[in-house]
Structure formats: C-alpha cells, structure tokens
Design a protein around this ligand. Structure first.
Ligand code: HEC
Length: 232
C-alpha cells in the first residue's frame, strides 16, 4: 500500500504552528518568574505589594533609624537559654546529676506524676514494667517474624529493658537526658513532655528499677515487719 503524505508546505506549516504554540507558555512562565515592580499588567498579586521593611532598610519611626530592632533587654531565646544545665541537661559540674534540679523535691506526688507520664509516653515501647516489652515492641516483633518475613523491609531495635544492669547504673540526670534527647535509635521527647515531667519520669524510672531489684534491706523497718507478717 502506498501511503501518501500531505504536501510539504502543509507539513511545514503544521510544524511551525506547533512551535508557535509552545511560545506563550514560555513567555508566561518567564514573566511569572521575573519580579518587576513596574509591570503594566499584574495578574497575580500574591504578596508582591505588602507593606513591609526589608532587612537592613531604614525606618524613620525609630530614633536610630533601623528597621531591624535589636531584641528587648533580658530576652531569652526559647530552648537556647542553657542557664541552668542541671535543669535543662541533667548535668552538674560536667557530670550526670544524681539529684533533682533546684525547686523540685522527691515526693510521692512527683513519683505518681512520673508513673502516669511514663505510662503514657514510655510504656508503649518499654512496657509498664520497663522490660522493653511494650505493645509497639510486640507489634514490631510480629511484623518482623510473620510468615511472609519482615514486612516492607521492617527493621526494629528492641526497646532496652530498663532493668538491664548497665541501664540500672544510669544516674538520674542521664535518665532525664535520655527522656529529653533520646539515645541512639530512640528519639527524644522534649517536644512532647515538658521539663518538670521529664524529671518526674526519670525519678519514676529509678523507682521502677529499684522495685525490680530490691532487697529486704531496702524496705523501711516498720513496713518490713508488716511484710513478714503478711508473708506468714
Ligand atoms: C518508640 C519506642 C520508644 C519509646 C516511646 C521510648 N523509648 Fe526508650 N528506648 C527505645 C529503644 C529502641 C531503645 C534502645 C535504643 C538503642 O539501643 O539504639 C531505648 C532505650 C532507652 C534507655 C536505655 C539507654 C541505654 O543506655 O541503653 C532508656 C533509659 C530509655 N530508653 C528511657 C525511655 C524513657 C524514659 C522514655 C519515655 C520518655 C522512653 N524511653 C520512650 C525505644 C523507645
């Protein structure tokens, strides 16, 4: 079969028309991308004409004529104060703190608060008892070991048991710091839990650790006697 092409002039005009069609989008795109305060037709205003002072520009409103104002005396940048490293980092004299920061006292209320916050924020992975067996951990293990093999390349680092001998040695300040900034694959919780609550959690973790590794000597004598009676 002979395929007859249209005449050359037609092909030529067609190609030229196709090329010409491509021009307007280019022009529009270029005009959109080039800022020009004197443009006659301004289709999209966006925020091109907002009243504002540019950096380093002059503002006659202030005596020193500077549009950029220096920060008000005594301003403390959020999260950058770092004035009390005991409170913010859990560090005293370059070492992990063994005590609560000034203004906080160890009390039943503090531990109760710590327990409540721990149960909300930490138990999902570490488990209520702190053995690293929380529900998130269980689910991850399930995904890792199901018959189809690890789903979508799932990998999981087991949440550490807080009763691991090494973790039991962590000073209070270090536990606070881990709750704040995380450690290795564990993320920090300073964005979700406020400072006082992170201290309460750290204190509770130590109580939890003691609860799983206590000897009868750790029990106050008056209660000890009661315990013995109960055991009988
Ligand atoms: C999403 C899961 C998850 C949550 C929630 C979580 N952790 Fe962890 N945590 C881990 C994992 C995983 C590790 C082990 C990290 C590693 O070894 O890479 C770990 C390790 C730790 C360790 C041991 C650090 C060490 O020296 O090995 C402590 C202490 C700890 N977490 C405390 C907490 C506290 C307190 C909270 C609550 C504020 C918390 N974690 C919340 C997953 C979690």
């Amino acid at each position: 079969m002979i395929v007859s092409l249209p005449p050359r002039w037609m092909l030529f005009t067609g190609a030229l028309a196709a090329l010409a069609l491509a021009v307007p989008p280019f022009v529009i795109a270029r005009v959109r991308a080039t800022p020009d305060p004197n443009r006659a037709v301004h289709i999209f205003f966006d925020m091109d004409f907002q009243p504002k002072f540019r950096p380093q520009s002059v503002n006659p409103l202030f005596a020193d004529g500077r549009a950029q104002r220096p920060s008000v005396l005594g301003t403390v940048a959020r999260g950058e104060a770092g004035l009390d490293v005991h409170l913010s980092d859990g560090v005293v004299n370059g070492k992990w703190a063994d005590t609560l920061p000034a203004g906080m006292t160890m009390s039943r209320e503090l531990l109760d608060r710590g327990q409540q916050r721990y149960n909300i924020y930490c138990s999902a992975c570490h488990g209520y008892g702190g053995y690293g067996d929380g529900t998130v951990n269980k689910r991850a293990m399930e995904l890792m070991t199901n018959s189809a093999g690890p789903a979508n390349g799932t990998s999981w680092v087991q949440a550490k048991s807080l009763h691991d001998p090494l973790v039991r040695e962590h000073p209070l300040g270090m536990l606070f710091n881990i709750a704040s900034n995380g450690i290795r694959t564990m993320a920090g919780y300073s964005a979700q839990i406020d400072t006082a609550d992170r201290w309460a959690i750290a204190a509770y973790v130590q109580a939890l650790q003691l609860s799983q590794n206590a000897s009868i000597q750790d029990v106050p004598p008056e209660i000890r006697d009661n315990l013995k009676k109960e055991v009988k």
